[in-house]
Design a protein. Structure first.
Length: 156
């Protein structure tokens, strides 16, 4: 986020980070009202109300994180449904699903990999307004890009 953050009391039990330069609050485990019920996204970023930093003024972003989707494709679809329901009420906010890794032998053939890459046929896909990031692939790509330089520097 950059800049200096102030720690604020978001609830009586939770702290969040307020970034005055951007006028946003970043918090984890903060409740969000959706369809007359509270849900607790993994991370939310919001613009606070003028008189109370803990009060949601405008929702900017919601990030859902799955380390390893233990429930498989069904677990990922539940996360996407949560993000869809958030989008219905906060349509101008950015939404993201981050998955650390999928533990399957042949990733490109697995339903979960195809679903995350929007390539699973005969299934309702992930809407375009939800950004999807598979961190394992990012790490592999970075390693692939820099490995020739690391090998060359070790040879010297």
């Amino acid at each position: 986020m950059g800049g200096n953050a102030e720690v604020i009391d978001a609830t009586k039990d939770l702290r969040a980070f307020y970034y005055p330069e951007r006028n946003v609050v970043l918090g984890a485990g903060l409740p969000l009202m959706v369809e007359n019920r509270k849900i607790w996204p993994d991370i939310i970023i919001y613009e606070p109300r003028r008189n109370d930093l803990a009060e949601l003024g405008e929702l900017r972003s919601v990030i859902e994180i799955k380390a390893y989707p233990q429930g498989g494709l069904k677990a990922i679809k539940r996360e996407v449904e949560r993000l869809n329901s958030i989008h219905k009420h906060y349509c101008y906010s950015k939404l993201a699903l981050i998955v650390y890794s999928i533990n399957v032998k042949f990733k490109e053939r697995s339903k979960i990999w195809k679903y995350l890459h929007r390539r699973l046929e005969n299934e309702e896909g992930i809407p375009g307004y939800i950004d999807v990031l598979l961190l394992e692939e990012c790490t592999n790509k970075v390693t692939e890009i820099f490995s020739p330089y690391i090998s060359a520097s070790n040879a010297n």
